[in-house]
Design a protein around this ligand. Structure first.
Ligand code: GDP
Length: 193
C-alpha cells in the first residue's frame, strides 16, 4: 500500500462523533501496551500519528484516522488496564461493543496480542466475543523481534491454543518492520472485495 495521506480525524467519546460518509474501516484492538500505537504508526509510515502511550490505558476514546481519503483505521481503547475503576471499564466495554456491533463500514477487526505470552483472560474473552460478530477477524501477534525466529511458530501455536481459534495469526514486529506487508495484503484484499 502506498500511503499518500494519513490524517487524524477525531477522538470520539460518543457515537454521535463517529465520522460519517461510510469509508471502509479497519479496527485495531488489544490490551494496553501490546504495541498498537507503534504498529499503526509503522503501517502508516508516521512517527507519531497514533500516540504511543506513556501511560498505559490512557487512550479511552475511539480514535479515527483517514488514509488516502479511501479508508479509515480505527484505534479502539486498550483493554485490561487494571487501574481504572470497574464502572469506567464497563463504560469503555459498552462503547467498544457498540462500535463493533453497529458500525456498518467496519470491514475487518485486528486483535493484537503479545507474541511472547500465552493470551490473557481478557484476550481470550475479547476474542470469543469478536468471533460472534459477523466481521472478518485477524490476530496480530506483536513484538516478534522479542523472541528468537525459531520460536515464532511455537508461540503462534500457543496463541492459537489459548484463543481456541482458527483465525489467521500474523507475527509482526513494528520495531523490525516485519509482517507489515502481510497485514497490508490482507487489508488491500478486503478493500478490493
Ligand atoms: P499500546 O498501548 O498498545 O498503544 O502500545 P505502544 O505502541 O505504546 O507500545 C508499548 C511499548 O511496547 C512501547 O515501549 C513500545 O516501544 C514497545 N513496542 C511496541 N511495538 C514493539 C515491537 O514491535 N518490538 C519491540 N521490541 N517493542 C515494541
Amino acid at each position: 500500500m502506498i500511503i499518500h495521506s494519513s490524517t487524524f480525524e477525531i477522538s470520539a467519546v460518543r457515537p454521535s462523533q463517529w465520522p460519517t460518509g461510510g469509508l471502509p474501516e479497519f479496527a485495531f484492538l488489544g490490551r494496553s501496551n501490546v504495541g498498537k500505537s507503534t504498529l499503526l504508526n509503522r503501517l502508516l509510515n508516521r512517527k507519531s500519528l497514533a500516540r504511543v502511550s506513556a501511560q498505559p490505558g490512557k487512550t479511552r476514546q475511539i480514535n479515527f484516522y483517514q488514509i488516502n481519503e479511501q479508508f479509515r483505521f480505527v484505534d479502539l481503547p486498550g483493554y485490561g488496564y487494571a487501574a481504572v475503576s470497574k464502572k469506567e471499564r464497563a463504560q469503555f466495554a459498552a462503547m467498544i461493543d457498540r462500535y463493533l456491533i453497529d458500525r456498518e463500514p467496519l470491514l475487518r477487526i485486528a486483535q493484537l496480542v503479545d507474541i511472547r505470552h500465552a493470551p490473557s483472560k481478557d484476550d481470550v474473552e475479547v476474542h470469543a466475543g469478536l468471533r460472534t460478530l459477523d466481521v472478518p477477524l485477524i490476530v496480530i501477534a506483536t513484538k516478534a523481534d522479542k523472541i528468537g525466529k525459531s520460536q515464532i511458530d511455537a508461540h503462534v501455536r500457543q496463541i492459537r491454543k489459548g484463543l481456541q481459534t482458527d483465525v489467521r495469526i500474523l507475527p509482526v514486529s513494528a520495531e523490525k518492520r516485519t509482517g507489515l506487508e502481510e497485514i497490508w495484503a490482507i487489508l488491500e484484499a478486503d478493500l478490493d472485495n
